[in-house]
Ligand binder design. Structure first.
Ligand code: FRU
Length: 496
């Protein structure tokens, strides 16, 4: 019976998508190369897995309109992380543990088990006693059609964890056993709880992998835990940690004790629109992450989710990034190399000495492009410089990225970006011992992602600028800026 209900809910959603996707496609704010759903609302990436030669991407999805509600799992596949093919919805609410219009099939992960593709997700419902969350399983023989396990839920919250604060299972296999980390909250402090299983279906508590003492908030959403080099990384999206919304911790871990001790922490992205990243290892052995390019209404800087709901959609993913460990055990997040296939004709200018205090230097026009720049710090005397991106002709509208080399600080100001968005994201810069200062930027119709200092200091923010805002400038107020190289490429459209 319930199997039929899920299928009915999937069919209903598919009919809606098919009837509306061509209209939504025409939206002026649709991205050129960032992954979006065909219609409606998208948030977290889920169930990322490289399975039978393809990248599978699932996502938190409300197909019906551009706001969060009634979570389904959308599904798409790709062979190169750039071109995506939409598949039928994988999961829809249908059971006593997930059938609620303000709940549904919440975030989770994927794993291959027993020759099948398994999804582990959070069922979220409200049967009159407040919201309740539990961990559930669905599986598929063909990687397209999923069935929920009859014995769901397989894990309910521990007694000391509020029943609506136990979610987002990330599962992996190690030495013949299954492990799963879940986000939780205890005494108003965030926790990452580790569970272990012999068979995927029976789960036992193993350890508190890490917890906040208040400094990292009251709840961790979408925890992710993985080895990198000779270290382990815990990635969490904290609630209640101010502007720190995408925190990583790097340290050591023992499978004997379940203890994780971290010595380094950092921010995967300081921008206002990067949240709930999930990682996976692909066929090339790379540790990749994909994050949702938006934020929640409980964040201190939140204004809204942007104007795209008017076009019948909301939400996209930031460009896929490869995670690498720096020698000092901080992390860097490099856009995947496959994105180079999007490049059009290159414009390059090398060895430019820019004298400050003069007119801003026009860069190549564009609204969907990539910009790479290297500054020779030894030959630079300027204290600060700025990039003005996506400007209109009169320069009333612009997004301003400023590097204060002297005070070692950067800002991303979108207060004048589109007449809609607000806020200035900011972060420290680690200038020490660097001779070359590197900047790499991905601009799309509705977003700007800035990678600085060899991909260790990143800011991603959405800017819903009009296509006519295609002017870009470099501004040096005083002193000299020595540019070793500056490259730009227009980027092809592959998403609609
Ligand atoms: C994170 C999150 C998750 C939850 C999902 C619901 O963005 O709040 O914790 O599972 O979104 O859509």
């Amino acid at each position: 019976m319930s199997k039929e209900l899920m299928q009915k809910n999937i069919d209903r959603a598919q009919v809606f998508i098919d009837q509306n996707k061509d209209i939504v496609k025409e939206g002026k704010m649709r991205q050129s190369y960032h992954f979006m759903a065909q219609t409606g609302w998208l948030n977290d990436p889920n169930g990322l897995i490289y399975y039978k030669g393809k990248y599978h991407l699932f996502y938190q999805y409300n197909p019906y309109y551009g706001y969060w509600d009634y979570m389904h799992w959308g599904h798409a596949v790709s062979e190169d992380l750039v071109h995506w093919e939409y598949l039928p919805i994988a999961l829809a609410p249908s059971e006593f543990y997930d059938d609620h219009y303000r709940g549904g099939c919440f975030s989770g992960s994927a794993i291959e088990h027993d020759g099948k593709l398994f999804l582990m997700f959070t069922g979220c419902t409200n049967n009159g006693n407040g919201f309740e969350q539990s961990q559930c399983i669905a599986y598929s023989e063909d990687g397209i059609h999923f069935e929920k396990y009859e014995g769901n839920p397989v894990l309910t919250p521990p007694n000391d964890v509020p029943r609506h604060m136990f979610r987002d299972p990330k599962v992996w296999k190690h030495d013949g056993k299954y492990y799963m980390v879940c986000g939780a909250s205890k005494n108003n402090c965030a926790q990452a709880l580790l569970y272990v299983s012999e068979d995927m279906f029976h789960w036992e508590f193993f350890s508190v992998l890490a917890e906040s003492r208040g400094e990292w908030g009251y709840m961790w959403e979408c925890p992710d835990f993985f080895p990198l080099g000779d270290k382990y990384v815990l990635l969490v999206s904290p609630m209640g940690a101010g502007e720190r919304t995408c925190v990583y911790m790097v340290g050591d871990f023992s499978y004997e004790t379940g203890k994780f001790v971290y010595v380094v922490s950092g921010e995967a992205d300081w921008g206002f629109d990067y949240y709930a990243p999930q990682s996976f290892v692909d066929g090339k052995g790379r540790r990749l992450v994909i994050g949702w390019a938006n934020c929640w209404d409980w964040m201190p800087f939140w204004k809204d989710w942007g104007p795209t709901y008017r076009e019948g959609w909301c939400g996209f993913f930031a460009v896929p990034r490869e995670v690498k460990l720096n020698p000092d055990h901080t992390l860097r997040f490099e856009p995947v190399e496959e994105l180079r296939t999007l490049r059009g004709e290159e414009t390059e200018q090398d060895n430019m000495l820019v004298e400050g205090g003069q007119d801003d230097i026009p860069l190549k026009d564009g609204y969907a492009y990539e910009l790479k720049m290297e500054i020779d710090l030894k030959a630079t005397t300027a204290d600060t410089f700025s990039l003005f991106l996506r400007c209109d002709d009169s320069r009333e509208r612009y997004t301003k990225i400023t590097y204060d080399l002297k005070r070692q600080h950067m800002t991303f100001d979108r207060n004048h970006g589109d007449g809609w968005s607000r806020g200035i994201s900011h972060s420290p810069l680690w200038m020490k011992d660097h001779d070359i200062f590197s900047i790499h930027i991905y601009v799309d119709k509705s977003s700007i992602e800035v990678f600085t200092e060899n991909y260790s200091t990143n800011h991603s923010c959405n800017v819903f600028a009009d296509k006519s805002q295609n002017k870009n400038f470099l501004s040096v107020p005083a002193g000299q800026l020595k540019i070793k190289s500056l490259q730009m490429w227009p980027l092809k459209r592959v998403m609609f």
